[in-house]
Design a protein around this ligand. Sequence first.
Ligand SMILES: NC(=O)c1ccc[n+]([C@@H]2O[C@H](COP(=O)([O-])OP(=O)(O)OC[C@H]3O[C@@H](n4cnc5c(N)ncnc54)[C@H](O)[C@@H]3O)[C@@H](O)[C@H]2O)c1
Length: 496
Amino acid sequence: MGETKTVGVVGAGTMGAGIVQVALTGGCDVRLFDAAPGAAIRAKAAIAGRIDRLAEKGTLDAAAAAAAKERLTIVDDLAGLAPCGVVVEAVVEDLAVKHAVFTMLEAHCAPDAILASNTSSIPIARIAQALRHRGRVAGMHFFNPVPVMRLVEIIAGPDTEPAVATALAALGKRFGRVPVIVKDAPGFLVNLGGRAFGSEGLAIVHEGAATPEQVDQVMRDCCHFRMGPFELMDLTGIDVNHPVSEIIWQGYYNDPRLRTTPYHRSLREAGRLGRKTGQGHFAYDAAGNRTPGAVPPLPAAPVATRAVLLDVSTPLAELMAGAEMVAHDDGESPLLVSPVGEDCSTVAARLGVDHRRLVAVDLLCDISKRVTLMTAPGADPAMLGAVAARIAGNGRAVTAIKDSPGFIQQRVRAMVANLGCEMAQIGIAAPADIDTAMQLGLNYPQGPLAMADAMGVATVHAILAALQAATGDDRYRPSQWLRRRAQLGLPAATPA
Ligand SMILES: NC(=O)c1ccc[n+]([C@@H]2O[C@H](COP(=O)([O-])OP(=O)(O)OC[C@H]3O[C@@H](n4cnc5c(N)ncnc54)[C@H](O)[C@@H]3O)[C@@H](O)[C@H]2O)c1
């Protein structure tokens, strides 16, 4: 392997400049090339400014900051990268441009120099096709903004020599990042794993079960996601996340688990791209403040004084504190259930109870702030209103949705967990690395396998099986990885 102390960076844009910064603060000598006149010089000034601010804040001592800035050299062409042991390419996401860069790098750099690409969507195998010596090509996929996001995916293509991936992982650590070795597959790890959260939120809205605002409120308040799927899509930009969704779905030969909805595409076609255009799933004012989205009003009704508990449940009784709870149907009171993966219609049919009085409560999450209620078609609004008033009176916000197998959060989290399990099954990365990457790359409260364990592996399996049975949609088919661990009572991360 080449000497990794001297690192070349091609492309001085958003990502290239960030990569240069962490390489410098990691103690490397960096040689930077950008084809656009003046771009590298401008990046150099911006990087120096950011390093100075780190020194002002005390994150970096003054001598280290001065030395870091000294270690950056701008070069006029790719031949100037000849002394580098590793070159990281961060030019535009265009295969022809990347091929041209890599061919030149192969011509100029030492035969054992590592050539890495920061591509977010182009398979490493496709980039390496242009080269004679493909074993030294790998992905080194950073996240934006590079100095803040600690994760780096090291992507090993079919031809990448294991020592190359190992050397890039060591370099990633030197850059102060957390490296995770990932298989060369559509979306790599984080962009693939991140599909479930948004696409299941979209599926719920597509079915008319809830609004984007309701989905976001539940995922924040009941599951501790920092952002709901819709505000997240608006932040990343529909012009980014819709094409990424399509590329990954197509890359997995139209696997329905990865399918997005027509509504997602229509937003992109309408130019409603999220925060950047002032309108996406939500509207934003000139100062960037989000206008709250629609939430259907709760039906007005006198507070419930009595309810029938169809499930024996302490949390349900606590939520309804103040109302008389009875175990046998009195023919007039709301009927309370807490289904796992089933919708109200299925529960009513299974139990043979009056669907008009049935109110389902999602207990499979944190219910200290917000409670999700669900009713069947034809339900009596007074029943929902009475139960909602009682729960609200007991200090919880209430989200009332239409019939949905798995409410909101059961299905969203089950889909996130299932995709994490599928990534483990197909060897995208080691199970522990899947959780690390998803937490660091997406700020999830837990990685998907830890999420499966927190919900219960068998419970996640049951939610998905019920969703698949109710919808007939293979989108909800459980991963074999999940099924086996559910059948055997094992934790989600148990190796194969
Ligand atoms: N922006 C992100 O959030 C993000 C995240 C991860 C990965 N990526 C990937 O990183 C790469 C760069 O993205 P970016 O957002 O920094 O783009 P950018 O447009 O900000 O920067 C690209 C830079 O490459 C330069 N360039 C173009 N062709 C060149 C060539 N032939 N030789 C040398 N320089 C050339 C441009 O002048 C420009 O300065 C892309 O592959 C992208 O998919 C981007």
